[in-house]
Write a protein that binds this ligand. Structure first.
Ligand code: IPM
Ligand code: MG
Length: 370
């Protein structure tokens, strides 16, 4: 008998626990019906961990994350912790997980479900059929660069500063992920930086160009400035296949790409480390949306991004393509049937709560696999 897989579940704050609850039911269903043999361990992260332990991530949970086969993450943060000490802000729990697990490649796919083409704020013809992938560098750049801080200048005024810094290997490894992905998709990569202004941008472009020439010259490569990329994403998003970019630009551009699909509540993500000798990667899966404290606890949240994050886990960590397809197809069918959570509600659609959406997707999974 093969060993059970260990999944660490970190629901976090705000709507995190609500959307995670729907996925917990899905995992149970998969264990019963598909024999997936996942053992779930739950832990606190973010503000929830701070309230309980005075830190946004305890060393115990960090160790559990290192030992798990995969981590499922909800969302963190909220105004409740605005006055928490800087080092213990809820977001820091997530940043520590990313850094210590060395999850350098953050895959953020933006796909538009047919049923939702007119839920976008953009015209349906601009977004229908959209399928792009943002590969965001996740463990370096200005998020982690030193020096950072605030200090006093000789004239008595203060300043705040951060450092955007990328090493050659940091750029190479994330660009490789993008090129490899592109080969399995439409074979096109846009590398995004601000080489017109930033030294680190010039360097980024140089390294990506060299890697492309040496190992990936079969892939179509374009370079684009980040501001132009933001504009092109709303002008003509279907020109993109894979976008590879830095931590900060990826953060911004992925929110923008997410809205093309109608709602932030639809977008999953996978954060992957380098494969070890056995080919296994450390991995964390989380929705792109945040903790949405304004709607937390009201059963309004859209659980789809969290569900699709779990599907990404099945696909990328466990090679369970059939099961991942099953979830994605069930979501598609439920949306096509007209059920909508508040964030994507449309005329003639039926507005449902988080748990009713969860019920519907589970039921559809049953129907599809009957
Ligand atoms: C994201 C979020 C995080 C980030 C926050 C919560 C730290 O916005 O995952 O996109 O900035 O990376
Ligand atoms: Mg973000």
């Amino acid at each position: 008998m093969t060993k059970n897989r260990k999944i660490l579940m970190l629901p976090g704050d705000g709507i995190g626990p609500e959307v995670m609850h729907e996925v917990a039911r899905m995992i149970e269903w998969m264990n019963d019906r598909r024999g997936t043999a996942f053992d779930i361990q739950e832990g606190l992260v973010g503000g929830a961990a701070y309230d309980e332990h005075g830190t946004s991530l305890t060393d115990e949970i960090m160790a559990d994350a290192m030992a798990a086969d995969a981590v499922l993450f909800g969302s963190v943060g909220g105004p409740k912790w605005d006055n928490a000490p800087r080092e213990e802000r809820p977001e820091n729990g997530l940043l520590r997980l990313r850094k210590e697990m060395d999850l350098f490649a953050n895959l953020r796919p933006a796909t538009v479900f047919d049923a939702l083409a007119d839920a976008s704020t953009l015209k349906p013809e601009v977004v229908s059929g959209l399928d792009l992938m943002i590969v965001r560098e996740l463990t370096a750049g200005v998020y982690f660069g030193a020096p950072r801080g605030t200090d006093m200048l000789p004239d008595g005024t203060r300043r705040g500063f951060d450092t955007e810094v990328y090493t050659e290997p940091e750029i190479q490894r994330v660009a490789s992920v993008a090129f490899e992905l592109a080969r399995k998709r439409s074979n096109k990569v846009h590398s995004v930086e601000k080489a017109n202004v930033m030294e680190s941008g010039v360097f980024w472009r140089e390294i990506v160009t060299a890697l492309h020439k040496a190992e990936y010259s079969d892939v179509e490569l374009h370079h684009m400035y980040a501001d132009n990329c933001a504009m092109q994403l709303v002008r003509n998003p279907k020109q993109f296949d894979v976008i590879v970019t830095s931590n900060l630009f990826g953060d911004i551009l992925s929110d923008c790409a997410a809205m093309l699909t109608g709602s932030l509540g639809m977008l999953p993500s996978a954060s992957l480390g380098a494969p070890n000798a056995e080919g296994q990667r450390k991995a964390l899966y989380e929705p792109v949306h945040g903790s949405a404290p304004d709607i937390a606890g009201q059963r309004l949240a859209n659980p789809v991004a969290m569900m699709l994050s779990y599907a990404m886990m099945l696909r990328y960590s466990f090679d369970m393509k059939t099961e991942a397809d099953l979830i994605e197809q069930a979501v598609k069918n439920v949306l096509a049937s007209g059920l909508r959570t508040a964030d994507i509600v449309q005329e003639k659609a039926t507005r449902v709560s988080t748990d009713v959406m969860g019920d519907a997707v589970l039921r559809e999974m049953g129907t599809l696999s009957a």
